[in-house]
Design a protein. Structure first.
Ligand code: ADP
Ligand code: NA
Length: 304
């Protein structure tokens, strides 16, 4: 499939500490590392490693992270012509991991916050993908820019996969009848105001989100798998693959990117949901984020 991803690129700065510093205190990290990330970039890489032809639309700063953020995409054969340089810093996430595994995260939108609706128009005008290709978008860019990405997709007759993460209030009228909304359990809970903890509550949440007008809602449930409610295909419950989890970072991004790359938008989505579930399972067996996103052949081997 041909895919356009409009979304975020972030540099994750990860430090492993015994305890968090108090105000004015300095602590030593046992280890520290830089990892390229951002939901947009992760989903683009997942789709490209699965074999999709992917164009990324996003923004980086004029700092030392701009090069590595672009190169991580290029290494996965994602086209970065639509990654626009901005004055200021790239998106960053400062992550401390304590001995007990707890994370504390400070996010700076940086260039992601400067991606404009006009940037999306200009970048998408150069993307040759035909009617029926897919647009994948999340909410780590400004709301009006998300809105414009949806508008461009509708004009071009691209299928929309909107990962409503982080959660912003959804509006009736933004979504077309063929569009897909994808959320995890906590996002589904926040959007519906009802706890989503299992397959049944996820099915109910998906049905409520269908009232915003999409053709399908996907709710992922971590180790419980996922539930899809589709106007055309009904309710599909996809159990997770049984694996020993090592690091669930990027599981949701892998799931969505691979689903976007595998589904043609016409036949039943269920086989593609199975493929996405297998790819996400492989991702959770490995530590790290972008580096744990599997290649197509690994997914096929796992499935057979
Ligand atoms: P997010 O990363 O957005 O929170 P989830 O945690 O819901 O997303 O995971 C997305 C998908 O990844 C799930 O639907 C499931 O198929 C797979 N997955 C997540 N955690 C596990 C796990 N512990 N074991 C197997 N598969 C998992
Ligand atoms: Na997760």
């Amino acid at each position: 499939m041909d895919i356009t991803v409009v979304g975020s690129l972030n540099m994750d700065i990860v430090a492993v500490v015994n305890h968090m510093p108090q105000a004015g205190e300095t602590v030593k990290a046992a280890q520290a590392a830089l990892h390229t990330g951002g939901k947009g970039a992760n989903q683009a890489i997942a789709a490209a490693r699965y074999g999709g032809r992917v164009c990324m639309v996003g923004a980086v700063g004029n700092d030392t992270f701009a090069g590595p953020l672009r190169e991580a995409l290029e290494a996965a054969h994602v086209d970065v012509a639509g990654v626009i340089p901005k004055d200021g810093s790239s998106g960053m996430a400062l992550i401390t991991v304590e001995a007990d595994g707890q994370n504390r995260i400070v996010v700076c939108d940086g260039a992601n916050g400067l991606l404009t609706p006009a940037d999306v128009d200009h970048a998408c005008a150069k993307i040759p993908w035909p009617i029926g290709s897919a647009l994948v978008v999340q909410n780590e860019i400004p709301r009006e820019t998300v809105r414009q990405a949806l508008t461009v997709a509708h004009q071009r007759q691209w299928r929309v996969l909107w990962n409503v993460a982080p959660v912003v209030p959804m509006e009736v009228g933004w979504l077309g009848r063929d569009d897909i909304v994808a959320v995890n359990e906590s996002e589904a809970s926040r959007l519906t105001g009802k706890d989503v903890v299992d397959v049944e509550s996820a099915r109910l949440a998906a049905q409520r989100l269908m009232e915003f007008g999409p053709g399908m809602v996907l709710v992922t449930l971590g180790a419980l798998g996922s539930v899809a409610v589709s106007r055309e295909w009904g309710t599909m419950v996809i159990p997770a693959r049984e694996v020993i989890p090592v690091d669930t970072t990027a599981a949701g991004d892998t799931f969505l990117g691979v689903f976007a790359a595998d589904w043609d938008g016409v036949s039943s989505p269920e086989p593609s949901l199975q493929v996405a579930t297998a790819a996400a399972a492989l991702c959770v067996t490995r530590s790290g984020a972008q580096n744990s996103i599997p290649q197509r052949q690994e997914v096929i081997t796992f499935l057979t």
